[in-house]
Ligand binder design. Sequence first.
Ligand SMILES: Nc1ncnc2c1ncn2[C@@H]1O[C@H](COP(=O)(O)OP(=O)(O)O)[C@@H](O)[C@H]1O
Ligand SMILES: [Mg+2]
Length: 360
Amino acid sequence: MADIQLQSISKRFGEVEVIPDLDLTIPDGQVTVLLGPSGCGKSTLLRMIAGLETPSGGDIRVGGRVVNDVPPADRGCALVFQNYALYPHKTVRQNLAFPLRMAKVSSEEQQRSVTQIATTLELTPLLDRYPRQLSGGQRQRVAMGRAMIRKPEVFLYDEPLSNLDLELRVRLRLEIARMQRQLKATAVYVTHDQTEAMTLADQIVVLRKGRIEQVGAPLELYRSPANLFVAGFIGTPRINLFKVDACVPETGGTLLQIGELAVHVPRRIGGTVATVGFRPEHARLGEAGPDEAQFVLRNCETQAMEHLGDRAFCYLRSAQGELVVLAPEADARLEGTLRLAVDVRSLHFFDAQGVAMTQA
Ligand SMILES: Nc1ncnc2c1ncn2[C@@H]1O[C@H](COP(=O)(O)OP(=O)(O)O)[C@@H](O)[C@H]1O
Ligand SMILES: [Mg+2]
């Protein structure tokens, strides 16, 4: 069993500090997703766990053992990249067996393992084909099988699906989720795609410029983002955010002034709100009830509609800035003055530093 602990990990490339100082526990038998924009240090972290990159400081433990000086091949980690390089002149069977052959495993044992992996990944009918005779998704599964065949304790994925078309990506994403549940191995999965993270993760680690912004289960991050960055990164369409010009306590609640717009929030909020937000799916058109806040947005114009089968999102420009709301009907273009009601529990408040505030 192998959890992974990163203790005071830092990484510099020459003068450039990519990861200043990072602590993280990656639990055993779960999928942890490292999520963040391009260049934030995800691959660097993963490569340090794999042993392909040396930390500038700190310790990495796998299953309690410090592995800083352990070579990649002896760390019990299997890496799956986006560019799955299979041997073109070997069959699927030979590709799968290759790591075992290198490890001088007996040929009976090789056969047994190949049969087992092929069953798991539904590759049995393809065992005698060559890579050029496979689809992209099938090749990806063979690459995964080759990573799995030595029964690694830890799977490391670096954006393995980013080169595939959308349909295949969605299918393989589910397949990886299913496979990981079945294997119960520890997995670290790097992606910049929040939908992928939300589908696959037991735990998401949101990274920005080499620092952890928040760690939590997918729904936790969606419901209670710790700051503006996480709020904006998780959830699609994006959360609506409004800059608050004045935040004044009033009888039974708080008054938020957003430009011309006064929003009465029927709650006390501890501190001064600098930004208020709500997710598109949490606003409804109409008059606010007792536990709701009313947003009266003027001069609305529909910029675009996003149709998702039974529902549609309306992308609007308004006097208070841009926002997205659920359309009341699939083909409704919203215009003019819009009265939105949002349950107070669905409102997100942030202070001047962008840190989430709690309602009293
Ligand atoms: N070998 C290297 N030498 C110099 N800079 C590097 C090297 N590898 C990565 N970097 C820099 O470190 C930062 C993080 O890179 P990376 O971990 O690949 O980001 P991500 O995977 O999140 O997109 C980037 O600014 C990148 O340019
Ligand atoms: Mg990367």
